[in-house]
Write a protein that binds this ligand. Sequence first.
Ligand code: BG6
Ligand code: MG
Length: 214
Amino acid sequence: MGKYTGVIFDLDGVICFTDKYHYQAWKRVADKLGIEFNETINNRLRGVSRMDSLEIILERYDGTLSQAEKEALATEKNDLYRQLLSGMSPADLSPEVKETLDALRAAGLKLAIGSSSKNTKFILERLGLSGYFDAISDGTNITRSKPDPQVFLMAADFLGMKPESCLVVEDAQAGIQAACAGGFDSAGLGEAAACGKATYAMDTFAQLRTICGA
Ligand code: BG6
Ligand code: MG
């Protein structure tokens, strides 16, 4: 085994490509309100909680909305999002991701999820990964979302490990910031690799095997 004894994975955009469903669902809500919404704005929502995401989208809204109206919009988005998630199956888990997770596990590493999403357990179920991870820290057990490190600190705690023994895997800049703030090394994919702040910038998920010595 290498430097790490645990790996904490972000979910959306790392284990699975639900980020495209978040985009589609928010786009429907933004279109209804007549607000501009595109991939660049969507990138700012990565790792950010549902209500904080809505606030970012509403930066381009002229009117004012009550808290109840905002909550109704967030619920509408989540209903659309869950409809899209319902169509997912274990076939949506890429062989590269599954083989890499299996190899890390076989090498004796403990694996956890560290996601801001309140839909984590539902998504893992759809992918056939219920019960696969040693610990799950998600939107249901945190009070502050990324870039706050709380979700990762709780994941490490659930694993019974210190941050310095765990590697965080992220696709979001907010997630890399959260990892740094919590004292974790991080491995970035996509924009998290490009931001220059991750300990390791990866081109592929499978590179985790080399990083972790598995
Ligand atoms: C994160 C996504 O994983 O979860 C964010 O990157 C999303 O885009 C957040 O807003 C909260 O997700 P959910 O499923 O609780 O609405
Ligand atoms: Mg993500």
